[in-house]
Ligand binder design. Structure first.
Ligand SMILES: CC(C)(COP(=O)(O)OP(=O)(O)OC[C@H]1O[C@@H](n2cnc3c(N)ncnc32)[C@H](O)[C@@H]1OP(=O)(O)O)[C@@H](O)C(=O)NCCC(=O)NCCSC(=O)C[C@H](O)C(=O)O
Ligand SMILES: [Mg+2]
Length: 285
């Protein structure tokens, strides 16, 4: 599947130490999994989690789900060994937490040759350096770490997320400028479906590719929120058809449902159709 169209609607964290959850994930309709060695793993299990995770990944069975391993920070006592272990794991990418500058990405890239690199964006300095971090040639995706970010900003959690909108948008700008993936932070109240749906819809409207999740109960809501609706697919098809008809008549503009359609809208319409096709392919596989 083309990387550009690959869906990242639902990106589920799984503690690398929890065998039952590692097993359960093989049955969940998630687009990507973050196998965590960082915050979800207790200090006493940091070392053993590496082997638990290596074995789970070696067994395979994660299908077409993107497999991302989140290591501990390279300045921690586990980070370097996590990175060296991840380098030989059967995974698609390595996720570095609390990235603050491109030099940290470079340091990781030398430990995990050939692996794609993702960055947790979750500190004030990291957010301020988002453009330079996104521009690193091994950088493939950003994950918003909204819990750490709230802690560092000393802001409150609000339903409208007003205190962190600037940070979210700076990372979106950086990611879009470099053409990398960007997924939104987690919604901690995992039993609150309405709250999660509202936050997914906000993230989708802002431009995020999907949402990071902490519990299986959150998957269906994120998958629905970040997929094009039937109406959007229908509109995209009609826009393309109308524009082709207009072009055949030598016109540069078509009108659909009372709104103008120009070349640039066709790019968005084609992206909508490509995303819908990629989701159908993923769900059919
Ligand atoms: C939040 C949880 C601790 C709840 O766990 P639990 O009480 O076991 O939930 P359930 O009994 O409802 O579980 C039902 C079944 O689902 C499986 N399960 C639960 N969670 C997951 C999961 N994340 N992935 C896969 N499977 C999962 C259970 O094993 C049960 O299975 P079964 O018995 O076979 O039916 C728990 O959900 C959890 O630990 N979640 C992950 C927490 C986590 O990863 N936190 C770190 C990431 S958040 C973060 O750090 C973001 C960022 O850095 C920031 O700063 O914001
Ligand atoms: Mg964090």
């Amino acid at each position: 599947m083309a990387q550009a169209a690959r869906p990242y609607r639902s990106v589920l964290y799984i503690p690398g130490s929890k065998e039952r959850a590692l097993e359960k994930a093989k049955t969940l309709p998630v687009d990507a999994i973050i196998f965590d060695l960082e915050d979800a793993v207790a200090v006493e299990e940091k070392v053993s989690a590496r082997e638990t995770l290596r074995n789970a990944l070696a067994e395979g069975d994660y299908g077409s789900r993107m497999r991302i391993v989140r290591i501990n920070g390279l300045d921690s006592e586990w980070g370097r060994d996590d990175a060296l272990a991840a380098a030989s794991m059967d995974c698609d990418a390595v996720l570095l937490p609390k990235v603050e500058c491109p030099e940290q990405v470079q340091q990781l890239s030398e430990l995990v040759p050939g692996k794609a690199i993702w960055a947790m964006m979750e500190t004030p300095l990291g957010i301020l350096n988002a453009a330079a971090i996104a521009a690193h040639d091994r950088m493939v995706g950003f994950v918003m770490g909204t819990n750490d970010l709230a802690k560092e900003l000393k802001c409150r959690f609000r339903a409208d997320r007003m205190p962190m909108l600037t940070s979210l948008q700076m990372c979106l700008l950086a990611a879009r400028a470099e053409g990398i993936v960007v997924v939104d932070g987690v919604y901690n109240a995992f039993k609150d479906e309405d709250g999660l749906r509202a936050e997914c819809e906000q993230g989708r409207d802002m431009g995020f590719d999907g949402k990071t999740l902490i519990h299986p109960a959150q998957v269906a809501i994120a998958n629905a929120a970040f997929a094009p609706t039937e109406e959007e697919v229908d509109l995209a098809r009609r826009q393309i058809a109308a524009f082709e008809e207009a072009e055949a008549k030598g016109l540069g503009v078509a009108v659909v449902d009372g709104r103008i359609v120009e070349n640039l809208h066709i790019v968005t319409a084609q992206e909508t159709l490509a995303k819908a096709a990629a989701i159908a392919e993923l769900e059919g596989s």
